[in-house]
Design a protein around this ligand. Structure first.
Ligand SMILES: [Zn+2]
Length: 86
């Protein structure tokens, strides 16, 4: 099953392609819509960024269960539920 990566800059989810990896082996992506590159790391690490919130809500509205979202984002269950209840 293919899960779209959402651009953290313009939130486009149809023009993001793989763009190699970093030295630490983190997958990088490039958004063809805005031309910027980023790591999924940005989406999933750190303190409940806007990107994480957006990702959780986007996945949820796409029909993914909280458990599936947890596996995909590495976020804690309680974090996910908090975002979903917003
Ligand atoms: Zn973009």
């Amino acid at each position: 099953m293919n899960k779209n990566i959402i651009c953290i800059f313009c939130e486009d989810e149809t023009n993001v392609t793989k763009f190699g990896t970093t030295k630490t082996n983190i997958q990088r992506y490039r958004c063809k819509a805005c031309g910027k590159s980023f790591q999924t790391d940005y989406l999933y690490r750190g303190k409940e960024s806007l990107a994480l919130s957006y990702t959780i809500q986007k996945l949820s509205s796409s029909g993914y269960s909280p458990e599936e979202i947890r596996k995909m984002t590495d976020a804690r269950q309680e974090t996910i539920f908090r975002h979903l209840n917003n």
